[in-house]
Design a protein around this ligand. Structure first.
Ligand SMILES: Cc1ncc(CN)c(N)n1
Length: 227
């Protein structure tokens, strides 16, 4: 449960943007994966767009490496970049293959407006702002999926063989992804200790709320099969 009195920056942001956060993590797409009722074409559409999304997010992490002020910052962002390129992307490509979508088809998929809006917002926020702005913009993505995975995995029946979405849920509920999200939280707190002032918080909250809104729009795009 988000807490606005917390010392944890992520908790304060999720609490300050509670409406946008819950529209994202409690979305109908998410609930449909949990109980297996999500229409399969919606999941396939989402999977293909998520491949494009992850490619742009890898670029955003590369930008975060560049924006680091010291080696600790650069290593933290490099770990985020490696988590996408070496772990999440491989799992994603094999998940897509299991759903009958080959990598060359993923490469040829036209980018939807929701994918463009979200990824370009994060990249532009990072280009314009500093490293804390960029990590705040990245945080609903990294930490949100860990929270969604953990919640869904605790739902009765979600990991049963009968649920076609059990592999996705197990991936994001799994230890490897949970530890990527824990590192992202720690990075936010470390950057905040150096550069967060009370006057700066509202701007960070705006970035966080916007990124959470764009995450929810991404689920909408999957559910409604929008281009
Ligand atoms: C749209 C979206 N948001 C978050 C994640 C988790 N990295 C993802 N794969 N796709």
């Amino acid at each position: 449960m988000p807490n606005d009195q917390s010392n944890d920056l992520f908790d304060r942001l999720a609490s300050g943007a509670a409406a946008e956060w819950s529209r994202y993590v409690d979305h109908a797409f998410v609930r449909g994966m949990g109980d297996g009722s999500l229409p399969e074409p919606a999941f396939r559409h989402y999977l293909a767009q998520d491949y494009l999304f992850l490619t742009h997010f890898a670029r955003a992490y590369a930008l975060a490496v560049y924006k680091g002020r010291n080696l600790a910052d650069m290593r933290a962002s490099l770990n985020g970049l490696k988590a996408i390129l070496d772990v999440e992307m491989d799992l994603h490509v094999s998940l897509c293959a299991g759903w009958g979508i080959a990598e060359d088809e993923l490469e040829r998929t036209p980018e939807s407006k929701a994918t463009m809006a979200y990824t370009r917002y994060v990249l532009e926020t990072g280009l314009r702002g500093d490293l804390l702005d960029l990590h705040v913009a990245l945080s609903p993505c990294v930490i949100g999926y860990a929270e969604i995975g953990k919640r869904l995995a605790a739902t009765p029946g979600a990991l049963d063989d009968a649920n076609p979405y059990r592999v996705w849920i197990a991936e994001y509920a799994g230890e490897a992804y949970q530890s990527v999200a824990a590192s992202a939280r720690a990075t936010l707190n470390r950057l905040a200790a150096d550069s967060l002032t009370p006057a700066r918080f509202p701007r960070l909250l705006t970035i966080f709320a916007q990124a959470s809104r764009l995450e929810a729009d991404f689920w909408d795009m999957g559910l409604t099969l929008t281009d």
